[in-house]
Each structure stands twice: as C-alpha cells, then as structure tokens.
Design a protein around this ligand. Structure first.
Ligand code: ACO
Length: 332
C-alpha cells in the first residue's frame, strides 16, 4: 500500500465517519468491514440479511446490520423517495418497491442523515450504482455535474515517479462517469478534480486540459471543445493553475512542454490530467495502471451532495477498505 493511502486511512480514522455498504452479504465487503471496524477507520452499516452476514464472519463493534426487506425505516424512506421523485412520475407503490433495493435504501440512509456516505458497486455496474445516487443525493450546491477521478500513484522509487506529477502522484479525470461531456461539463470536471487533488491527494493542483493538439497545433472541433472548456475554467477559477489544450507529453514532460507551449505555466509540470471524454479517460488510466504498474485509487466520485463511491467488480477487500477511507475523508 502506498504512503498516500496510509495517510488517507489515518485521516479517515481521525474523523470516524459513518459509511453505509449496501452489498453487505458479499464476502469481500464483510472481510473489508471487519478490517475497517478493527482499525476504527469508520463506523459502518452493512445492508443485508443479518443471519447470512453473521454466519460469514464474527462482526466486531462498530458495524450495524440493517435488512432493507424488514427494516422499520422502509415506510419513512419510501415517503422520502416519493417526495424526491414524484415530480418525475414516481408513485407511492413504486417508491415502496424501490426502497427494498439495497442501493436505494443505501442512498436514502445517507439522504436521511443516518450515514455520511455510501460505498457500493462490487456486484453492480457503475450505472446501476450511480443512478439512485444521482436521483436521491443529487449534486452539491453550485455543482451541476457529478464526475470522477482516479489518484494515480506511480511506483515509489521508480524513474517515472521522480519525473512526473507530484513525486509520482497524479489525478486523472473523468475516467468513469460522463461519456461525452460538453465544454461546460469538462470545465466542471477540471475544477472538481483539482479540488479532489487538494483535499484527498494532498497536492497543489496544476491542471492540464488534454487533447491531441497543443495550443492550436491541430485544428478540429474536438480540440475546440477542450479550448472552450479551458476558457471556462480560467473564467470560473482564475486562481487555479490550469491550461490547455495540451497533448499529454506537453503536459507532463518539461522539455516537450517548453518546446510546444513555452508560455504555459502548467505545460511540463501538470499533476492533474483532464481527458476530453470517457473513452480517453478510461483507456488512459488503465494503460498507466498496467504499463507503469501504478496504483489507481478510485474511481472517486466528485460533485455529490454527500459522498458516494463506486467499487470495481474486481475489487479486493483491501480495495474496499481504501474506498471506504476515501469516502470518509470526502465526508469531512
Ligand atoms: N451529473 C449530474 N447529474 C446527472 C449526471 C451527471 N454526470 N448524469 C445524469 N444525471 C442526472 C440526470 O439529469 C437525471 O436527473 P433527474 O432524473 O433528476 O432528471 C438523473 O441523474 C438520472 O439520470 P438518467 O438519465 O436516468 O441516468 P443516465 O442514464 O444518464 O445515467 C450515468 C447516468 C449512470 C452516470 C451514465 O452516464 C453512465 O452509465 N455513465 C458511464 C458509467 C460507466 O459505465 N463507466 C465506465 C466504467 S467505470 C470504470 O471503469 C472504473
């Protein structure tokens, strides 16, 4: 585990937030919950059948189990859901049925103030996890787009770690949520990723808006979107070190940055990389993870009113512990 993840776990433990895990019967979730509770990283609620969960492990203090199918909170949550979604055509009978779904019960637990955040997705797709959160928890005030980032940690002591990012730590966005963002959404992704870089990775953000063009080297409507997004970022957040459009090498490599974008303060020293769409972002983070043997911490969702994070279906129990810790830190 990287030093960064150690720091995040310690920060979470100091705050001791309450996180709900809707896929509570899944063995990797139970194993992670036991570690989280023993290390006092967060207080947890596991959703699921108590008998099944307790048969799978002896649960230490700091873990509650709630069964959405029998919980006395069902009526309250159905009413809450109905009120939140009736304008969208949801009726009471549909709301009563939806609260039996642990993903809805989980976001309603957060919305009702009984938990600070939710972590799920180990047996659900990203879309299935995010939709209830988008409908119920919604975006934070002033933010219209939920997006995601990964904190990429290059192997400690490697040549790459000494050359790129902040001692080998970089933030990539958006790699998991918005398939084809508009220029406005791309700007929102950049601003949110810079915030995550600061508050979760602990680095001072230098944001590069990536493209296949550097400062007009290619003319194309796809590059124009990145140029427009860069202008929006600069207008909304003049305090932020952000620049574009930049190719990845101009963003990361000092010599190339000096050559291709000599007037840019970000070129050659970027530590937050913003990809123009989800295909580029998702492919980009996986290539760095595999080819550079980087630790990919995330996806970390950003922009929700309360933190909700998505687990990869291939996540190990240790990955779950890390995402719980990140969610708890976001809830501070
Ligand atoms: N930010 C804010 N609100 C949003 C966003 C967003 N990014 N996307 C949708 N919404 C809102 C909608 O406006 C809608 O609001 P309303 O119902 O109150 O009017 C609500 O959320 C639900 O929207 P839907 O249209 O039902 O949901 P949609 O079908 O657009 O799905 C989703 C949204 C799930 C995020 C979708 O864009 C998606 O599946 N993205 C890709 C996820 C994915 O597969 N990622 C790759 C794998 S992850 C990995 O590899 C790590």
């Amino acid at each position: 585990m990287s030093k960064l993840m150690d720091q995040i776990r310690a920060k979470a433990a100091a705050a001791y937030k309450h996180i709900v895990l809707p896929e509570g019967e899944e063995p990797r979730i139970i194993e992670a919950a036991v570690t989280v509770a023993k290390e006092k990283i967060a207080h947890l609620t596991l959703l699921g059948d108590e008998k099944i969960i307790r048969e799978r492990a002896k649960l230490p203090d700091g873990i509650e189990v709630v069964n959405p199918k029998t919980s006395p909170l069902r009526a309250e949550y159905a009413e809450l859901l109905y009120n939140l979604r009736k304008d969208k055509g949801l009726d009471k009978a549909q709301a009563e049925k939806l609260v039996l779904d642990p993903l809805y019960f989980g976001v309603l637990t957060v919305k009702s103030g009984r938990a600070d955040g939710m972590v799920g997705g180990i047996i659900h797709s990203t879309g299935d996890l995010l939709r209830p959160a988008l409908q119920v928890i919604k975006t934070a005030p002033g933010i219209s787009t939920v997006s995601s980032c990964f904190i990429m940690v290059l192997p400690e002591g490697s040549a790459a770690a000494s050359l790129y990012g902040d001692k080998g730590v970089l933030v990539f966005g958006d790699c998991a949520v918005n398939p084809n963002p508009t220029a406005e959404q791309l700007a929102a992704i950049a601003i949110a990723s810079a915030q995550s870089a600061k508050s979760i990775a602990g680095i001072a953000p230098r944001v590069a808006m990536l493209s296949f063009s550097t400062k007009g080297s290619a003319k194309h409507e796809l590059a124009d979107k990145v140029i427009a997004a860069t202008e929006i970022v600069k207008k909304l957040r003049p305090d932020l070190e952000a620049d574009g459009e930049l190719q990845a090498d101009a963003a990361l490599v000092e010599k190339v940055g000096r050559l291709k974008a000599p007037a840019s303060r970000v070129a050659g020293r970027a530590n937050v990389l913003i990809f123009p769409d989800l295909q580029a972002g998702n492919i980009g983070y996986k290539l760095v993870q595999r080819l550079a043997d980087a630790e990919a911490v995330g996806p970390i969702c950003q922009g929700f009113n309360s933190p909700v994070n998505d687990l990869s279906r291939g996540a190990s129990s240790d990955d779950v512990v890390s995402v719980v810790a990140i969610t708890a830190v976001q809830a501070i």
